[in-house]
Write a protein that binds this ligand. Structure first.
Ligand SMILES: [Zn+2]
Length: 490
């Protein structure tokens, strides 16, 4: 973009920061008052009630009624998308120059254990069984409430940096109510939109994850009452249930009924160890459109049919599934069965945390699986599916549907909340832009995410993250992660 500087191109680099010390930080990843003028406020304060005009961008709305505008402006006021059309006049608005850039809905990362950002990159060679033993049986027990805070704060800030504006945060280190409260504080201080998905403690994996007969912690009632009194804020509540693969029938029934009593959705890992979980839910008469199924790799055709018929959603985390021996990503099976498809990162202990990579992996694997029968018949394929546009829907509007938020986010539609990502089309790996949707899905990466808005608030601009809290705590994440791994003897 026109006003790019060397500083804005530097990107996030914790190592460089640590070398440079606090004085050098302004020139690296975070915006400061000096570097970014008046927008260096904490999340939730930047231009909160005012207007923002995103000017002259190629606008990919992911809304079938609006399609793609070659050049248009997006007017945001009071955190809401008000108008999308060419040449909007908005005197007094904060103007963001989006010429030579692509404006898309903020991505929806439908599955993330955000707390693991403190132990980034330790599990890239682990099997699923090793992960259950080392992460949930060991590392998670050494997290203190402040580690949960730091993990969630930085995990969420990095999602914003990568163009993701909404996450489903599947929190399974609810070791004490303090852990949970500090994790929620971390999301709040990050300024992300999140479905905080309260799971079990991480203090004893056998107790909570091996055919568990212990019901979901009752603390979720307190959270619903005290931390999530309304459902119209940036943060809303869901239950991370163990479900039939990890708990008894009685516990599965208890947990899902508790979530329904509280009026919140349920997300559960299912089908990555073997089939039968969804059939069990059907036997227990518990299926419903408030259930989100994570992975689902080894489910039967009949189970996919049941998920689709009951209005459920599936979250595919392709890189992790391929690595850890869960099975092939099942997003195509979910689509064919009429379930809502979505994509997620899962765990940065193993894989990259940007949705560009995860979406691309999921979609190219889905294409490969669809192509394979023709390959095996010795024939040439007739077309390529899913298309790039359909793939972009997985990461935006379908993800929003999976999280129950499609009436508020997931597309650039007047009346929806202003969660917006602006991608530079002039970088070496994005220029020239001939097809903006293909550029976003198959060419772009974190380094091209120029500007991000959540609920109308600028959280990244000119390549710089705006978050004074994270900026001030960066060294603490490093210390936290090192202490945890030391105590876990890893
Ligand atoms: Zn997971």
């Amino acid at each position: 973009m026109a006003d790019d500087t060397d500083a804005s191109k530097a990107g996030v680099s914790r190592r460089s920061y640590l070398k440079a010390g606090a004085a050098g930080l302004a020139s690296l990843s975070f915006a400061t008052g000096a570097a970014a003028g008046q927008e260096a406020d904490a999340p939730g304060t930047a231009n909160a009630g005012g207007a923002t005009l995103i000017k002259g961008g190629t606008v990919v709305t992911v809304d079938p009624d609006h399609g793609v505008y070659d050049t248009a402006d997006v007017l945001v006021r009071g955190g809401e998308i008000r108008r999308i059309e060419p040449n909007i006049s908005a005197p007094g608005a904060d103007v963001i120059d989006a010429s030579d850039a692509i404006v898309v809905p903020g991505f929806v990362n439908a599955h993330l254990h955000t707390w693991e950002s403190g132990v980034r990159g330790v599990a890239g060679n682990w099997t699923f069984m090793e992960y259950l033993e080392k992460m949930l049986g060991n590392i998670s027990s050494h997290y203190r409430p402040e580690d949960a805070y730091l993990g969630n704060l930085f995990g969420a800030v990095q999602q914003l940096n990568a163009g993701t504006t909404t996450i489903l945060d599947w929190f399974h280190i609810a070791n004490t109510p303090d852990h949970t409260d500090r994790a929620i504080d971390g999301l709040q201080d990050a300024g992300v939109r999140a479905l905080f998905t309260h799971g079990p403690p991480g203090d004893d994996s056998a107790k909570w994850w091996e055919n568990s007969s212990v019901p979901h912690p009752d603390d979720i009632r307190r959270l619903a009452r005290e931390r999530f009194p309304s459902d119209d804020g940036l943060l809303t509540l869901a239950m991370g249930a163990r479900g039939p693969d990890y708990s008894t029938d009685e516990v599965t029934r208890h947990d899902i009924e508790l979530a329904r009593e509280l009026g919140i959705p349920v997300s559960m890992h299912i089908g990555s160890l073997g089939p039968g979980g969804v059939a069990k839910l059907d036997d227990l008469d518990l299926l419903g459109n408030d259930l989100n199924y994570v992975h689902a790799n080894r489910l039967t055709d009949e189970e996919f049919r049941l998920m689709g018929a009951s209005g459920g959603s599936i979250s595919t985390t392709a890189e992790v599934e391929l690595q850890m021996g869960m099975g092939m990503p099942a997003i195509g099976d979910a689509v064919d069965a009429g379930a809502t498809p979505s994509v997620g990162v899962d765990i940065v202990s193993n894989v990259s945390d940007d949705l560009f990579t995860q979406l691309r992996t999921a979609v190219q694997v889905e294409r490969g699986l669809r192509n394979q029968p023709a390959v095996e018949r010795g024939e040439q394929i007739q077309d390529v599916t899913p298309t790039a546009h359909r793939a972009l829907e997985y990461a935006t509007i379908e993800g929003a549907r999976a999280l129950g938020l499609a009436d508020r986010i997931g597309s650039l539609t007047p009346g929806k909340r202003a969660d917006i990502t602006i991608i530079d089309g002039e970088d070496l790996n994005t220029a020239p832009v001939h097809n903006p949707v293909e550029t976003v899905v198959f060419q772009a990466g974190i380094e091209n995410v120029d500007t991000v808005l959540v609920d109308g608030t600028v959280v990244k601009r000119n390549g710089l993250v705006h978050n004074a809290t994270a900026q001030n705590h960066l060294d603490r994440l490093e210390q936290s992660g090192r202490r945890i791994l030391r105590q876990a003897d890893l």
